[in-house]
Design a protein around this ligand. Structure first.
Ligand code: MD3
Ligand code: FE
Length: 224
């Protein structure tokens, strides 16, 4: 006798369909995190900020301060040192390990990164509206360049720019709004990119305005 097995409801009701960005390897999931998930994540981040207060990094060599604040969660934190950029297991401002990556972000990585090892770093970039920006650069401090970078945007919308593999290549801008998730991998992992500006008043999530971007990264090559 054939039995009719009822279909179970999907556990994950979040939008799983990326939109085309025009760049192979860059998938944008608009509004992947709903308002409740954004609020819960922000509360978790704030708890982490107590242990690892956001600071203003200085550019290597010039010592010029960035226009953003940064901190990290995870086993390794991305830092700017007088002689260059790199990853550190200890937070130099408090001489302690960075706080753990929030569970919701580890779950997000498992859902959409498609990489068989967990992220080791969650770099937190805090942008003030409208002044903070991030110049065109490439993310190349990771040994695991086969792993994607997963970015979560919270708060005010930003105008984000993606270019080619040389700084002077033509580039294209698009907006990243609160709750948007971007996965950058494959051929696009080493593209130039940056944040042109923040759109003031575009979100009510963060009191006083501003934008928080989280980038999840695998830094070291996983051992089999
Ligand atoms: C496109 N952060 O921290 S995240 C960074 O919004 C950084 O704070 C930006 O660039 C921000 O290094 C952008 C999205 C992102 C990350 C890496 C990329 C986009 C990318 C690598 C290649 C192309
Ligand atoms: Fe980057």
């Amino acid at each position: 006798m054939t039995q009719i097995v009822p279909k179970t409801e999907p556990q994950n009701t979040r939008k799983a369909k990326p939109v085309d960005t025009g760049f192979a390897g860059i998938a944008l999931y608009p509004g992947y995190l709903d308002a409740g998930a954004q609020k819960a994540l922000l509360a978790e981040l704030r708890a982490g900020f107590e242990a690892a207060p956001p600071y203003r990094p200085l550019m290597p060599r010039t010592g010029r301060p960035w226009s953003i604040h940064q901190t990290n969660f995870g086993e390794l934190g991305w830092v700017s040192r007088p002689d260059g950029y790199g990853y550190e297991p200890l937070n130099g401002t408090v001489n302690a390990p960075w706080p753990a990556i929030p569970a919701a972000l580890l779950a997000l990585w498992d859902e959409i990164a498609g990489y068989p090892a967990p992220p080791e770093c969650c770099l937190v970039n805090l942008y003030d509206a409208p002044k903070s920006r991030m110049g065109l650069h490439r993310d190349e401090d990771e040994a695991a360049l086969d792993a994607p970078v997963l970015s979560v945007s919270l708060g005010d919308t930003c105008v984000f720019r993606v270019g080619g593999f040389a700084r002077s290549d033509k580039s294209k801008s698009f907006r990243l709004a609160s709750g948007d998730v971007l996965v950058i991998g494959g051929a696009s992992r080493l593209r130039y990119h940056g944040v042109d500006r923040i759109v003031p008043g575009s979100s009510q999530l963060i009191p006083g305005g501003g934008r928080i971007n989280l980038t999840l990264r695998r830094v070291t090559k996983p051992t089999q």
